[in-house]
Design a protein around this ligand. Structure first.
Ligand code: NAI
Length: 689
């Protein structure tokens, strides 16, 4: 009896084709069908062996996310039962892989007696990115197939790689060209074993040298980065892998215990929250549903740090790019940047030379404004100065074709004031990239008062084309990210006056997992940017507001940050001193004294809480103002653009873990410390229920 749609005989082999499109996620119904098919194949006299396969796009992407936390996830047959059934099969079972084989999908393939893959198939164990470890014997199987070091490379990175890259690792019996027939190759392998009467041992039956496993795991533990050590899943993964020196069943039990402990951990919850928040963020809200305008040619105006980076993303995405500058020298510098970028990637083996050449052949450098007529979308990335940008937008208006989308990469300026320089404000929006623009995934898509829905839809669609994470923002000073970052930085400056040194603040925050502390960041980007902005705002600043003058004093002394060898820190040989020097300490003490503050040391915990509270308060304000469409968008922006530790979920996620009454009390205390002019946000916008 062969009742299942996923079962057929080819060349004397039972071919079982996973049939849960689009990516064969291993939901309960599919798991049931696989077990039935395995039973049928084993009993079928017409089949001497079995091949498990999927579709071109996917062998299987692993667990079904929609089942997580529902009874279906734990309903038999669970994935472990399916794997045990495969391993117990008396006939040889070969997995035939094309498309993705991830997580549980790869664990299923690794349980088979053999594996054949298309060179382009993508394999990986991404669980660590969700704060978990492979939970269906992956930590036991992969080291048995490829050795501990390579297995850890895959599991610690969570990144998928092509089967081509794993061709000689022991993971596959054969890797075939994409053009070759996968099933023919897999059936031949399976039938060969059956005919020889020599079914190979299941990877489960292999043993590893215990002393070597221990040494390799120990070495990997020493290499964990500070940020990895802050996340429970990394050490847990190493514990589980250490178990592969034990008999399989015992190691698998250990793995399961570790996995089940991690599932409810705060880090895993935070990472699941980020994962969902990122998916949500890219969706347009109901009031701006529209079809995007088609974009094939992008014009980038200004070939500086940002313009060159934006041009590279667009070229990588296959778009044509027009790069416009104000003079030959600046244009040549921009072109040089782009050339160096591509030659660097080729030299590092990260891009084939032909691909780099093809990308650069789509670039047209120019000094001619009329060339803009060819662009579907224009991105301005000139100096951060309203008058300069307005002049540039007048030129754009004069030369861009009707219907072209006109974007500014401004960090702080008012999109509406820029749009007013044109006769078509409906076509204008902000596309705020982050530096380096070809690396950072975040893209703030800023809606002006008159921006048309299809223009916003085009901005969001372009973000996806450029492989970015586009987040919709309202047009308010600093949009979402810089607005929250400013509130955070200001609070960190208050802490300097109250008793902390810059290194206390920076170390506390990096100790919590931030990529860098605010004072090290300020030194890196240059204090003069903030200084200029402070000078511009001086006339309108209310003198009753708490204002910390330390940065101004540093700049007056020529301490502009890393580029001048000193800022908050000093940089001997380009390396940051771990402590601030006597000059900076004196400046800080003077600032405290001028405000009548008796300096009190702040603990690392107090510093982190104040920094987080400042972010949460600002998040509540900007949600109430509608600058962010959803609370979770704020978390995406902070994690993707500002080095907020992803495994802490973002400020909104953090706030939701706190006791509400306590949070309100702490925010009121923060308001008192922050002085006149501080606006207290309403937590109703932020906290559900
Ligand atoms: P940059 O100074 O490196 O480059 C600006 C370029 O614009 C220069 O090459 C200049 O020659 C060119 N330019 C100036 N006026 C022009 C005109 N009339 N026509 C054509 N080209 C002209 O500046 P950067 O850092 O690339 O910043 C550009 C914009 O991006 C600014 O609005 C900035 O706020 C924004 N931004 C900067 C970020 C950063 O980290 N640097 C991050 C996000 C946004």
């Amino acid at each position: 009896m062969r009742p299942m749609s996923l079962y057929r005989i080819q060349d004397g082999v039972a071919v079982i084709t996973l049939d849960h499109p689009p990516v064969n996620s291993l939901n309960h119904a599919l798991r049931q069908r696989i077990v039935q098919a395995l039973d049928a194949a084993e009993a079928d006299p017409a089949a001497c062996a079995l091949v498990l396969t999927g579709q071109d796009k996917a062998f299987s992407a692993g667990a079904d996310v929609s089942e997580v936390g529902t009874p279906a996830q734990l309903a038999e047959p669970i994935l472990l039962t399916v794997l045990a059934r495969v391993a117990a099969c008396r006939k040889p079972v070969v997995a035939a892989l094309s498309g993705v084989a991830l997580g549980g999908g790869l664990e299923l393939a690794m349980t088979c007696h053999g594996r054949v893959a298309r060179a382009s198939a993508q394999v990986g164990l991404p669980e660590i990115l969700l704060g978990l470890i492979p939970g269906a014997t992956g930590t036991q199987l992969l080291p048995r197939l490829v050795g501990v070091p390579k297995a850890l490379d895959m599991m610690l990175s969570g990144q998928a790689q092509s089967a081509r890259a794993w061709a000689d690792s022991g993971l596959f019996d054969r890797v075939i060209d994409d053009g070759a027939d996968l099933l023919v190759a897999a059936c031949a392998l399976a039938r060969g074993w059956a005919e020889a009467g020599a079914r190979p041992a299941s990877p489960r039956e292999r043993t590893l040298d215990a002393a070597q496993v221990a040494a390799e795991v120990h070495a990997a533990r020493q290499r964990l980065t500070a940020r990895q050590r802050l996340q429970p899943a990394y050490a847990a993964l190493l514990d589980a892998v250490a178990g592969c020196a034990l008999p399989f069943e015992e190691g698998a039990r250990q793995e399961r215990a570790v996995f089940l402990q991690l599932v409810p951990s705060r880090a895993a919850q935070a990472l699941r929250h980020q994962f969902k928040a990122e998916r949500e963020a890219t969706k347009l809200p109901a009031d701006v549903q529209a079809d995007p305008r088609p974009v094939q040619t992008v014009a980038v105006i200004g070939a500086g740090t940002m313009g060159a980076g934006i041009a590279i993303c667009a070229l990588d995405a296959g778009l044509k790019v027009l790069l416009l500058e104000q003079n030959d020298e600046a244009l040549a510098r921009g072109q040089q940047r782009i050339r160096e970028h591509y030659s660097g990637r080729v030299a590092a083996g990260k891009m084939p030379a032909a691909v780099a050449e093809a990308a650069q052949s789509r670039l047209t450098p120019t000094l001619d404004w009329p060339a803009l007529a060819h662009a579907d979308l224009v991105i301005e990335a000139v100096f951060e100065d309203l008058a300069v940008k307005q002049a540039v937008f007048r030129q754009i208006d004069a030369h861009a074709r009707p219907g072209a989308v006109l974007a500014t990469n401004t960090s702080y300026l008012d999109i509406d004031q820029i749009a007013q320089a044109t006769a078509r404000p409906q076509d204008v929006l902000g596309l705020h990239f982050f530096s380096p623009a070809n690396v950072m995934k975040l893209l703030e898509v800023v809606r002006g008062a008159r921006t048309a829905p299809d223009v916003l839809a085009t901005g969001m669609a372009l973000g996806k084309t450029l492989k970015k994470l586009p987040v919709l923002c309202g047009n308010a000073f600093g949009f979402i990210g810089n607005r929250i970052y400013n509130a955070y930085r200001k609070q960190c400056e208050f802490m300097l006056e109250d008793g902390a040194w810059p290194e206390d603040v920076d170390n506390a925050l990096t100790g919590m997992g931030f990529a860098m502390g605010p004072f090290a960041v300020a030194d890196l980007s240059g204090l003069d940017i903030a200084w200029r902005m402070r000078q511009a705002q001086a006339a309108t600043r209310d003198p009753r507001e708490r204002y910390v003058p330390i940065l101004d004093r540093l700049c007056e002394q020529g301490r502009l940050g890393r580029k001048t060898g000193a800022g908050y820190y000093t940089y001997a040989d380009g390396k940051q001193s771990p402590h601030t020097d006597a000059t900076v300490r004196r400046l800080i003490e003077e600032a405290s004294a001028a405000r009548g503050i008796t300096r009190q040391p702040l603990s690392a915990e107090a510093i982190c809480r104040r920094a987080l509270l400042a972010m949460v308060n600002e998040a509540a304000l900007l949600l109430a103002e509608g600058v962010a469409a959803r609370a979770s968008d704020i978390d995406v922006v902070l994690v993707q653009g500002y080095g907020f530790p992803r495994w802490e979920g973002g400020p909104v996620f953090w706030a939701r873990q706190q006791d509400r009454a306590g949070l309100e009390r702490e925010l009121r205390e923060l308001a008192e410390r922050s002085g006149y002019g501080w606006r207290l946000g309403n937590l109703d916008t932020l906290l559900p229920g």
